[in-house]
Design a protein around this ligand. Structure first.
Ligand code: CP
Ligand code: NVA
Length: 308
């Protein structure tokens, strides 16, 4: 029996594999709602486990599976009790007898890694405290749509260097674009991530001021200052205020720079309404691209292009 092909993190894939996935996502988008669109995962069932809330991830995976000819089962934390009702290894082995793939949104990254270690079917990371690779595949697809090849791009991240930022760092290392991070010291990349940057020769630069990060950038990205599971909301809002993406900051980026945000967004906090609802914002294309990027991930995990 061959080992299942998991999608746990962007750093686990090669540049060639990532490019193939982006290509497959673009093809899925082109074929979307066209007559005769292929249902390539006929009869396949995806279990979706959520330890945290979700709208985009749940709906985009459900629609993706439906449009590919398969189905989904949603398991919320109170039902499945990951690691509480039984050992994670038993959950992984039993689910693998029923379904063809498992998507997990987990509190702890180790939960996704442990499930994958014991599952006989592919496991997909639908967000952990460490990373959000499905999101960043959609972000890369959006960047490529607007800018062509992402390799020559400069992407600026302003604010908390969180799970989404970590997946951006991995993408920068693999695909060779420059990624600048502006964050207060205690919200910057941790030592483990910076060690990865060093080992992989990634063009990731950490700066103190948001205006230095965005100077001439092709893309400005931010995310909530208070991620799911963060407890010190008031302190975070105070500490991160100087990193808000507003019109003044966007004016320092390249003239045709785009703005990305994984959503949900908080207007007046990490981003001003004028920016997220303005002409440079690509956030709704980005949200739509979750659907197309995840069709590619599902097909990649479940059988297509297994040699790439
Ligand atoms: N961006 C994202 O993952 O959104 P949800 O939390 O709504 O799934
Ligand atoms: N960083 C955010 C992303 C939400 C999609 C969080 O983890 O809550």
């Amino acid at each position: 029996m061959t080992a299942p092909r998991h999608f746990l993190d962007i750093d686990a894939l090669s540049a060639g594999q990532l490019r193939a996935l982006l290509h497959m996502g673009a093809a899925a988008k082109k074929a979307w709602r066209q007559p005769g669109a292929q249902t390539r995962l006929d009869g396949a069932i995806l279990a979706m486990v959520f330890e945290k809330p979700s709208m985009r991830t749940r709906v985009s995976f459900e629609v993706a599976m439906h449009e590919l000819g398969g189905g989904t089962i949603v398991l919320k934390d109170e039902e499945i009790g990951l690691g509480r009702r039984e050992p994670l290894s038993d959950t992984a082995r039993v689910l693998s007898r029923y379904v063809d793939a498992i998507m997990v949104r987990a509190n702890a990254h180790s939960t996704v890694v442990d499930l994958a270690a014991h599952a006989g079917v592919p496991v997909i990371n639908g967000l952990t405290d460490r990373s959000h690779p499905c999101q960043v595949m959609a972000d890369l697809m959006t960047l490529a749509e607007r800018k062509g090849d992402v390799s020559g791009c400069v992407v600026a991240w302003c604010g908390d260097c969180n799970n989404v930022a970590t997946s951006w760092v991995h993408a920068a290392g693999r695909l060779g674009f420059e990624f600048r991070i502006a964050a207060p010291k205690s919200y910057g990349p941790d030592a483990q991530l910076m060690a990865w940057v060093e080992e992989n020769g990634a063009a990731v630069h950490v700066v103190d001021e948001a205006r230095d990060a965005v100077a001439g950038a092709d893309c400005v990205v931010t995310d909530t200052w208070v991620s799911m599971g963060d407890k010190d909301g008031a302190q975070r809002r105070a500490d991160l205020q100087p990193f808000q993406v507003n019109e003044e900051l966007m004016a320092r980026a390249g003239g045709d720079a785009i703005f990305l945000h994984c959503l949900p967004a908080h207007r007046g906090e990490e981003v001003s309404a004028a920016v997220i609802d303005g002409p440079q914002s690509a956030v709704f294309d980005e949200a739509e691209n979750r659907l197309h990027a995840q069709k590619a991930i599902l097909q990649w995990c479940l059988g297509e292009n297994q040699t790439s």
